[in-house]
Write a protein that binds this ligand. Structure first.
Ligand code: SAM
Length: 284
């Protein structure tokens, strides 16, 4: 019988957020795999947990992952903890879970703090539909591509950011996505937790004057659906009518259907399209 891999959420700033189940499991497992053992030892010492610990981080995740899987297959129970919060969310963990599933090892998750969810529910922005973009990539091209994809994103967007990169990210958000409502949530669960409901441009002005400090999550309003539709309609209207028709005809759409689609794109009636085509060409 193989052991179980426990994905164990830990507090993101307030030790009282440690769950009773996490405390029990961390005491009972054979081994704790920690992203930063120096960091986790403080947590374990605080709670009087003396379970052996080993490191599992971004730079050893494949080799160390294999070793951990072998131990799990031998029947050992292992808990994975990361620096803070829920393992697998913007920290190593995802790979170990994949390996465990592939090896047929049981995996279970102990829920707890997660900065993204905490920030979202505090943001005051719509919570029904949201997407999590984690940290924007460091690579300029990749960042730009992701921001371009977000232009049309109507769900609330959650981003992680480090304080020293906050200004650059705000500048890019403003340039690529325009000014939107934004909530900057800092120091979650800590004494100086702040929820700054603002806009991207106002946050930029504020942080240009006040050096950003502490961990933060950016919760950004999704694109306004109506504004997107208007922009798309403008794009269609700037295209000659015949070219617009050709767009659909070239996809094999019958002429009547194409006229209907073109009319919907341009916000006019099918009869208007018919009349306009007739006027332009003398025939349809
Ligand atoms: N696994 C973690 C989780 O469940 O949220 C996230 C780890 S990720 C490496 C670290 C990022 O999470 C930080 O840069 C910050 O954006 C966010 N974060 C973590 N703790 C936070 C806190 N107490 N307040 C605000 N943001 C936090």
């Amino acid at each position: 019988m193989s052991g179980t891999l426990y994905l164990c959420a830990t507090p993101i700033g307030n030790l009282e957020d440690m769950t009773l189940r996490a405390l029990r499991v961390l005491k009972e497992v054979d081994l704790i795999a920690a992203e930063d053992t120096r960091n986790s030892i403080k947590l374990l010492n605080h709670f009087g947990i003396h379970t052996p610990m080993t490191s599992y981080h971004e730079y050893n995740k494949f080799d160390k992952g294999q070793q951990l899987i072998s131990q799990l297959l031998e029947g050992k129970d292992i808990a994975l903890v990361t620096d803070a919060g829920t393992p697998g969310i913007s920290d190593p963990g995802e790979e170990l879970v994949r390996m465990a599933h592939r090896a047929g090892v049981a995996v279970t998750a102990l829920p707890g703090a997660c900065a993204a969810v905490n920030a979202l529910i505090l943001s005051g922005l719509p919570t029904r539909r949201f997407c999590f973009e984690a940290f924007l990539p460091a690579d300029k091209k990749e960042r730009r591509q992701i921001l371009k994809n977000l232009v049309q994103e109507t769900r609330t967007v959650i981003l992680y950011e480090a304080p020293h990169r906050l200004l650059r990210t705000l500048e890019e958000l403003l340039a690529e996505l325009g000014d939107r409502s934004l909530t900057v949530v800092r120091e979650l669960t800590k004494k100086h937790e702040t929820v700054f409901q603002t806009t991207v441009s106002a946050a930029l002005d504020y942080y240009a004057e006040h050096e950003p400090k502490g961990e933060c999550v950016l919760v950004l309003a999704g694109a306004d659906g109506e504004a997107i539709r208007e922009r798309q309609q403008q794009d269609w209207l700037s295209m000659p009518l015949e070219k617009h028709m050709e767009h659909y005809l070239s996809q094999g759409m019958p002429q009547k259907e194409a006229m209907k689609a073109v009319a919907a794109d341009r916000g006019v009636s099918k009869r208007d399209i018919y009349a306009q085509l007739l006027e332009n060409n003398g025939k349809i």
